[in-house]
Design a protein around this ligand. Structure first.
Ligand SMILES: [Zn+2]
Length: 341
């Protein structure tokens, strides 16, 4: 079967007058970065890829696990069995339904050292992350470089989103000078409804479409939240920056400067990420060395090593996720013992 023509593929969207043929053309030129490709990121990537956004870069530090499949809609059981990195699995799946756009998979943790490389050249940044540390980093970068971004989060049945248009609207730090208490309640403690995820991602993706077709005036200027189970929603004004905001007012980019972020405990899992080493590792060599010490297997993307009660997942750049502890000292010592210092 022939690949559909552009007019065919996007005909229903072109019929939507606010987009039209001209808007569709703009979408094909648009470049978006989605940071984090878990539940929210999956839906964002899927919707924008189907809508014809020309270049989508997906940045994710994690790999697919069975517990992701309830809500992370770009992944399947095979990805979980093979521990495929989410960015790679997402790009593969998108290529099956839209091979005409460019999808760049970046298996990486967004940190101050790589933020220019990973976020540069984008028109818009979308939040698919699960933590405020990374969101504050995105916010710093976006405000500093006058790059719009969209905050989107969901925990339990409670989705929340806000557009950040630097120098026009409030930034994330205007609204949340400190990470909100609710942020401590993660997917692990509160669980999550896949419907809450889809709702927040749908709203954020719509705002992205408005931005790309040039309907900036139609973009929402509030912090919008729901409780989908209680049928409640709320909007808080965010149309202008807060006087004295440390980030957009004083232009103090502490997160960009990398203050206090050596280790991160991941959402939804009893695990710690180690990314101090930052140099390539040889999977074949490490695999051979670890063979007598426990279970080990690798493919081109990840190496997994099991030794009760721990599991270490190693990426080609030396980054690792150590499962079975939330103690960074324990994780660091396991890394030193099995992978190297
Ligand atoms: Zn601000």
């Amino acid at each position: 079967m022939a690949i559909p023509t552009l007019e065919d593929r996007y005909s229903r969207q072109i019929l939507f007058q606010e987009i039209g043929a001209e808007g569709q053309g703009k979408l094909s030129q648009a470049r978006v970065v989605i940071v984090g490709c878990g539940a929210t990121g999956s839906v964002l990537a899927s919707l924008l890829a189907r809508a014809g956004v020309g270049t989508i870069r997906i940045v994710d530090r994690d790999y697919v696990e069975p517990s992701n499949l309830q809500r992370q809609s770009l992944f399947d059981e095979n990805d979980a069995r093979e521990s495929v990195p989410k960015a790679i699995a997402a790009a593969r799946q998108i290529a099956r339904f839209n091979s005409e756009i460019v999808v760049e998979a970046q298996v990486a943790d967004l940190i101050p050292q790589n933020v220019d490389v990973l976020l540069g050249a984008a028109d818009l940044i979308l939040d698919g992350t699960d933590n405020f540390e990374t969101r504050y980093l995105i916010n710093d970068y976006a405000v500093k470089n006058s790059l719009p971004w969209i905050y989107a989060a969901a925990v339990g049945g409670y989705p929340v989103t806000m557009n950040v248009l630097p120098s026009e609207t409030a930034c994330l730090a205007c609204v949340f000078p400190e990470a909100p208490r609710g942020a401590i309640e993660t997917c692990e403690t509160a669980g999550i409804l896949n419907t809450a995820v889809n709702l927040v991602a749908s709203i954020a993706a719509t705002e992205a479409l408005k931005f790309f077709v040039g309907a900036r005036g139609k973009m929402r200027r509030t912090l919008l939240s729901w409780d989908v189970w209680a049928n409640e929603h709320a909007e808080v004004a965010a149309a202008s920056p807060r006087a004295g905001c440390r980030v957009c007012g004083e232009r103090d980019f502490a997160h960009l400067a990398g203050e206090g972020r050596p280790h991160i405990t991941l959402c939804g899992r009893n695990s710690v990420q180690i990314h101090e080493r930052g140099r390539p590792v040889d999977f074949a060599e490490i695999s051979a060395r670890l063979q007598p010490l426990g279970g080990v297997r690798h493919n081109s993307f990840v190496l997994k090593f099991w030794r009760e009660p721990y599991e270490i997942t190693l990426f080609p750049d030396g980054r690792a996720i150590v499962k079975g502890t939330t103690d960074t000292a324990v994780a660091r010592s396991l890394y030193a013992r099995y992978i190297g210092s």
